[in-house]
Design a protein around this ligand. Structure first.
Ligand code: ZN
Length: 150
């Protein structure tokens, strides 16, 4: 396991659309492990593969209430409600903005064994699902946020 370098806003890799994972190879499971180390070392709630320079649809999320969640090829299949609140990003250090996101989000993804599962999150987890899946399509929260630091 290793800590990877997190790319910062302005790096064109963050604006690219990521390719799906079609086979879960040891390289993908190692990527998941390294992304978990990197997220924890940076004290983040979530991390998407393009943030560490890998254009694949892979996400890790960890919240105090929900624990560790690994998502391969995640898709939002349902959402409802609305929440407005602060959002930040490890690729946009030292900045915060206010976003409006759904309050409840259901995601369908593969786990590291290649099994499909659905997971529903509310509040912070719903926000993290939206934020991290946006990364896989080259979108950053600053595109939709009202920034509060300047
Ligand atoms: Zn982010």
């Amino acid at each position: 396991m290793a800590k990877l370098k997190i790319l910062k806003v302005g790096d064109s890799t963050l604006r690219k659309v990521c390719r799906p994972v079609d086979e879960i190879t040891p390289r993908i499971t190692r990527l998941l492990d390294d992304m978990i180390d990197t997220m924890r070392a940076a004290d983040g709630v979530g991390l998407a593969a393009p943030q560490v320079g890998v254009l694949r649809r892979v996400v890790v999320i960890e919240t105090p209430d929900d624990g560790l969640i690994e998502l391969i090829n995640p898709k939002i299949i349902a959402f409802s409600g609305e929440q407005e609140g602060e959002e930040g990003c490890l690729s946009v250090p030292g900045r915060w903005g206010i976003t409006t996101r759904p309050m409840h989000v259901t995601v369908r993804a593969l786990n590291r064994k290649g099994e499909t599962f659905d997971i529903t999150g509310s509040g912070l987890l719903a926000k993290a699902f939206c934020h991290e899946i946006d990364h896989l399509d080259g979108k950053l929260y600053i595109d939709i946020a009202k920034m509060i630091d300047n």
